[in-house]
Design a protein around this ligand. Structure first.
Ligand code: CP
Length: 314
C-alpha cells in the first residue's frame, strides 16, 4: 500500500523525503512494466489527463503523454501555439474551458514562475508541474535523482555540482531542494551574473571556477544556456562562456572516474558540453529520458489514484 496525501505536485520543495522515496519505488515498478511485452497497466482507466504546454517541450511532453497512455488514461494534448491563446484567449479562460471536460489531472508547463497554485483555483483536477518559469521542474529533479540512485545505489552524502545558467534554471532549484533532502552537498558554478543572490540563501556552495570544482564532484548536472529567458546579455560572448564553463576532453580528465555527467536536455552541444564527448556522455542523458517516463508514470499514478491510501502497482 502507498500512503500519498498530496493532491498536486507543484514542487520538490513541498515533498518530503518519504514522498520522494514513494515516487522512486513506484517508478522502479513502472520501469519494469515498460520492459514487458505488454507495457500497459489499468491504473488510470476512466481518468482524463490533459497536457497543457504553454512553452515548448520534447522530453517532458512526450513522456507525460506516454506515461498517461501506459496507465490507460484518456489523454488530451494542448499546445498553446495551435490554440485560441493566439486569438487572445487568456490562460485562465483556457483552463476554465478545459475544466468543462472534467479532467482528473492537468500537467502544466508555463512560463510564469509560481503561477500554478493560483491556477489550481480554476480546476478541480490535480496539477502536476511540468516546469513553471524559473521556479521548479519537479519531475526533472525526480528523474535525475532516480537515475543517480539507480547507478550509485544511494543519494546520501554525494557531492553534486550544477553548472551553467543557474539564474534561469527551474531544474537547478528542484535538484537543490531534492538532493538536500538526502544530505547531499550542493555546489553551483557559472558566471557570477548567472548566479543570483537568492542561491546564497539555499545552503549551496557557490563557485565561479569550473576547473576547481570538477575533481570533488560525484554528480555533475550541466544546464542549458536559456537564451529565450535572457533579456540582456549575462556574459560577454558564447566563446568566453565555452572557454570557462564548457566540459571538454581536457576538463573531463579532472573529474572522478565514476562521476555521473548529466544534462536535462535539450543540450547545446559545443556550448555546455563539447560534441567530442557526445559518444561518452549522451548514453546517460538518454537514460535520464528513459527514467523520465517511469517517474512520470509514478507521479500520474500517485495524484490520479489517491486521496488517502492506495494500492501499489503489483
Ligand atoms: N528537460 C526538459 O524539460 O526537456 P523538454 O524541454 O524537452 O521537456
Amino acid at each position: 500500500m502507498v500512503n500519498w496525501q498530496k493532491k498536486h505536485i507543484l514542487g520538490i520543495k513541498d515533498l518530503t523525503r518519504q514522498e520522494i522515496e514513494v515516487v522512486f519505488n513506484l517508478a522502479a515498478s513502472f520501469k519494469e512494466l515498460s520492459q514487458r511485452e505488454v507495457k500497459k497497466a489499468p491504473a488510470l482507466r476512466g481518468k482524463t489527463v490533459i497536457n497543457l504546454f504553454f512553452e515548448s517541450s520534447t522530453r517532458t511532453r512526450t513522456s507525460f503523454e506516454l506515461a498517461a497512455k501506459r496507465l490507460s488514461a484518456d489523454v488530451l494534448n494542448f499546445s498553446s501555439s495551435t490554440s485560441s491563446l493566439s486569438k487572445g484567449e487568456t490562460i485562465v479562460d483556457t483552463i476554465k474551458n478545459l475544466e468543462s471536460y472534467h479532467p482528473d489531472i492537468l500537467v502544466i508547463r508555463i512560463g510564469y514562475s509560481n503561477s500554478l497554485y493560483s491556477l489550481s483555483q480554476y480546476t478541480s483536477a490535480s496539477i502536476v508541474n511540468a516546469g513553471d518559469g524559473a521556479n521548479e521542474h519537479p519531475t526533472q529533479a525526480l528523474l535525475d535523482m532516480f537515475t543517480v540512485k539507480e547507478i550509485k545505489g544511494t543519494l546520501e552524502g554525494l557531492s553534486v555540482l550544477i553548472v551553467g545558467d543557474i539564474k534561469h534554471s527551474r531544474v537547478a532549484r528542484s535538484n537543490i531542494f531534492g538532493f538536500q533532502k538526502f544530505s547531499s552537498s550542493l555546489r553551483v558554478c557559472g558566471p557570477p551574473t548567472l548566479i543570483p543572490y537568492e542561491f546564497h540563501k539555499l545552503g549551496v556552495d557557490i563557485s565561479y571556477n569550473l576547473d576547481e570544482c570538477l575533481p570533488q564532484a560525484d554528480v555533475i548536472i550541466f544546464l542549458r544556456i536559456q537564451q529565450e529567458r535572457q533579456t540582456s546579455s549575462f556574459f560577454p560572448s558564447i566563446r568566453e562562456y565555452v572557454n570557462n564553463f564548457s566540459l571538454n576532453p581536457e576538463r573531463i580528465k579532472r573529474t572522478k572516474k565514476d562521476c555521473l555527467i548529466m544534462h536535462p536536455g535539450p543540450v547545446n552541444w559545443d556550448i555546455e558540453i563539447s560534441s567530442q564527448l557526445k559518444e561518452r556522455i549522451h548514453p546517460l542523458i538518454l537514460k535520464q529520458v528513459e527514467n523520465g517516463l517511469a517517474v512520470r508514470m509514478a507521479t500520474l499514478y500517485l495524484v490520479g489514484t489517491q486521496k488517502g491510501e492506495y494500492e501499489n502497482t503489483d
